[in-house]
Design a protein around this ligand. Structure first.
Ligand SMILES: Cc1cc2nc3c(=O)[nH]c(=O)nc-3n(C[C@H](O)[C@H](O)[C@H](O)COP(=O)(O)O)c2cc1C
Length: 480
């Protein structure tokens, strides 16, 4: 099955930002304003059940559940997780069963439903396009999330942080409600199959689903070439992300060198050959520091279809960032410089990850040191094979002793931060721990965080997704 590639791709993609920063409200608002709105599918099973436990105040989640093709599952999830009025004082969120590869699990059903709910809400009531973004580096939930998203009629799939070569074939198969598989890769040559079968959740839906086009998010033209030539099922376009992007970035090529602030140094080998991108003849977008009119003009001059922008949207009113954090950062941006550090150690994945220096977050050494290490969400765990040949998972941000007992090296745990809990907290879903403590947030943004200043009219302290779309496209001659 081949997806229909629409030649009229918009100039602007709102980047998928996990966890839940790119929520359905943001994606919908961007789509209504004329851009391509994208929801983040990362951690979406946890987000779904936490929203229900927080009381689902406006009823949107229960409305979407009721519209799903899996009514029994929807009722079961609602009965299990919905708390009218929210959780009691000090009550922690319910812990979900851990993920495992290639087995039918309640977690896969939640991920599928999470993908459906988020995309259904983003697409509701308008004809604009909506995409879903996932991380290749966190592969276990990806198939069920994609199937849920496709069941809601998603228009584009975007995936970065890795080489997602089996995804197009999986999309083909799942569009026909067939079982699909991805190849998981861990440390020390560990390989495993990640499978998902739509029939796990009941009889197949009637008729095939729309097979969405697939845009890998890549950091180098060589990867675009590889994906274009060697991907069964093919890719329909690309997002080329520079190292100025928020979130994870591809590490520099070649030997690791750090600047005096301990940030990785990128060099000429990391530069993208735009001629190679143009020669591929497929639409491509440029991301990372392109969130300005100048950036858009530059991208168009390079032959791009447009830009993918994250940071500007992360701080708009519809973003899923917890309002107090968003307001704190915007206030700081208005009055002075805000530090964004490319931290080579923060992410358990080992990929560089940008961390905003904000008071009260894991960027502060004292807050980082005071947080007892724990791993109870597990999205970024790495797979390894234990001494008995069994597939196991571990995280470099878990307690050091446990990580070492699982064959990890103590030195690989230094500076590692629990992004799963930190990013959940940033989106307002902080887990409560003993003694009234809550998980501290961690904030990521692109280097161009100060561009947010241009969005706030004099005397204003906030802006909307529509303001961002209009700011970027006005006067560019690009139209939407
Ligand atoms: C808060 C935040 C979270 C992000 N999370 C993800 C993610 O989960 N997956 C992804 O592919 N990109 C992620 N990104 C990158 C964006 O999708 C986008 O490509 C990037 O931010 C563009 O650069 P800009 O921030 O300079 O506009 C994130 C960016 C930000 C600011």
């Amino acid at each position: 099955m081949h997806p229909v590639v629409d030649k009229s791709w918009p100039r602007l993609i709102q980047g998928g930002m996990g966890v839940a920063i790119s929520n359905w409200r943001l994606a919908r608002a961007v789509s209504l304003a004329g851009g391509l709105g994208v929801v983040s599918g990362t951690g979406i099973d946890t987000v779904l059940v936490r929203r229900l436990q927080d009381g689902d105040e406006d009823g949107h989640i229960r409305r979407a559940l009721a519209e799903s093709p899996w009514p029994v599952l929807a009722r079961d999830i609602t009965a299990r997780y919905f708390r009218p009025g929210g959780r009691g004082a000090g009550e922690p969120y319910v812990r979900l069963p851990t993920w495992n590869a290639g087995v039918r699990s309640p977690r896969a059903a939640l991920a599928m439903m999470g993908g459906f709910v988020e995309c259904w809400l983003a697409k509701r009531g308008h004809a604009g396009r909506i995409g879903v973004n996932l991380l290749t580096k966190a592969p276990l939930p990806n198939l069920p999330v994609l199937y849920g998203a496709m069941s809601a009629g998603i228009d584009v799939v975007l995936m970065g942080a890795g080489i997602p070569r089996e995804v197009p074939e999986a999309l083909d198969r799942m569009a026909d409600h067939q079982a699909a598989a991805l190849r998981g890769e861990g440390v020390g040559g560990t390989r495993f199959d990640i499978t998902f079968d739509p029939e796990w959740n009941g009889p197949a839906q009637a008729g095939p689903l729309q097979r969405p086009p697939f845009f890998p998010v890549i950091g180098a033209h060589s990867l675009a070439l590889l994906m274009d030539r060697k991907t069964p099922g093919g890719v329909e376009g690309f997002v080329v992300e520079t190292a100025q992007s928020g979130g994870h970035s591809a590490p520099p090529r070649g030997a690791k060198h750090l600047n005096p602030d301990g940030e990785p140094i990128y060099g000429p080998r990391d530069e993208v050959d735009w001629q190679v991108m143009r020669d591929l003849g497929k639409p491509f977008y440029i991301a990372g520091g392109y969130g300005s009119r100048r950036g858009l003009a530059e991208a168009l001059a390079r032959g791009a279809q447009g830009v993918q922008v994250g940071t500007l949207f992360a701080y708009c009113e519809e973003s899923g960032m917890a309002p107090p954090l968003r307001e704190r950062v915007l206030a700081a941006v208005r009055t002075g410089p805000v530090n964004v550090r490319t931290d080579p150690d923060a992410s358990p994945t080992g990929f560089p990850f940008k961390v905003v220096g904000v008071e009260g977050t894991l960027s502060e050494p004292a807050i980082y040191a005071a947080r007892p290490r724990r791993c109870d969400l597990g999205y970024l765990r790495e797979a390894y094979t234990d001494s008995k040949g069994r597939l196991r998972f571990r995280c470099a941000a878990e307690p050091v002793q446990g990580y070492v007992a699982k064959g990890g090296r103590a030195e690989d745990t230094v500076g590692r931060k629990c992004l799963c809990n930190g990013l959940m907290a940033t989106a307002g879903f902080a887990q409560r721990i003993q003694n009234g403590d809550v998980e501290p947030p961690i904030l990521t943004s692109g280097d161009a965080i100060h561009e947010t200043r241009n969005l706030m009219a004099p005397g204003h302290t906030a802006y909307t997704a529509r303001d961002v779309v209009q700011y970027l496209l006005a006067g560019s001659g690009a139209g939407v």
